[in-house]
Ligand binder design. Structure first.
Ligand SMILES: Cc1cc2nc3c(=O)[nH]c(=O)nc-3n(C[C@H](O)[C@H](O)[C@H](O)COP(=O)(O)O)c2cc1C
Length: 207
């Protein structure tokens, strides 16, 4: 598959926020940014996640394009249930994909570089499935709740309170502009933030 064909599956120039599914035995889903630049595609995976371990081991995964805020938020903070996955055969392997994605592209890792905190891999598209080409207008409530989830993962990592203010600002936009699924996703995120706050407070006490 050529890199230029990725446009058809919604993975365009710049950073595409997709849900990465990995792990043949125990499928896992997590939001990850795919970086497409100058006809090449990369991922950077930070140590400590299941995605990092699965991709390091199998060197193959699927990138699922979806606009569903609930899938994004649920897969950020926990795993999705088995009912959300289907499997795609490739070279005698069975690659987990999201059932309800607009499209899914299978990538294999080519060159992998390890640093102290992360691994970066150039990734090569192998196969793709398009499920749904319905147009969807940009909804600021959706982009804001995804942005809030990114701030939440950074808050968990650093414990820096500035991320809590940024999350509040994002969720204000979600309340104003989002549909019901965006609002439900925001509520899940707020509950998770309460849990993360407790962990951050606990961590500070033990330093
Ligand atoms: C929109 C979005 C994009 C993200 N992009 C990345 C990324 O590129 N690399 C990474 O290591 N983590 C990224 N994360 C954080 C992971 O999704 C998060 O650490 C997740 O909990 C990992 O789940 P896992 O342990 O099931 O793999 C992103 C999170 C969000 C919400």
């Amino acid at each position: 598959m050529e890199i230029s064909e990725l446009d058809k599956y919604g993975i365009c120039d710049g950073i595409s926020e997709i849900i990465l599914t990995s792990g043949m035995e125990n499928p896992n889903a997590a939001p990850i940014g795919l970086i497409r630049k100058d006809n090449r595609v990369f991922i950077r995976l930070y140590k400590g996640s299941t995605t990092y371990e699965n991709v390091k081991r199998d060197k193959i995964f699927a990138a699922n394009v979806t606009y569903d805020p609930l899938l994004f938020i649920k897969s950020t903070f926990s795993n999705l249930g088995e009912e959300n996955f289907k499997y795609h055969p490739l070279d005698s392997k069975s690659i987990p994909m999201l059932k309800n994605s607009a499209s899914s592209v299978i990538f294999r890792c080519d060159e992998i570089k390890h640093t102290k905190q992360a691994m970066t891999a150039e990734i090569i598209p192998m196969d793709a499935v398009a499920n749904d080409y319905r147009p969807k207008a940009i909804n600021r409530g959706l982009t804001a709740v995804i942005e809030a989830a990114v701030h939440a993962t950074r808050y968990e990592l650093t414990g820096d309170n500035k991320f809590l203010d940024l999350i509040d600002q994002c969720l204000e936009t979600t309340c104003k502009c989002g549909g019901q699924r965006e609002k439900d996703a925001a509520e899940i995120l707020l509950n998770e933030i309460d849990e993360i706050k407790k962990r951050v407070a606990g961590g500070k006490g033990t330093e």
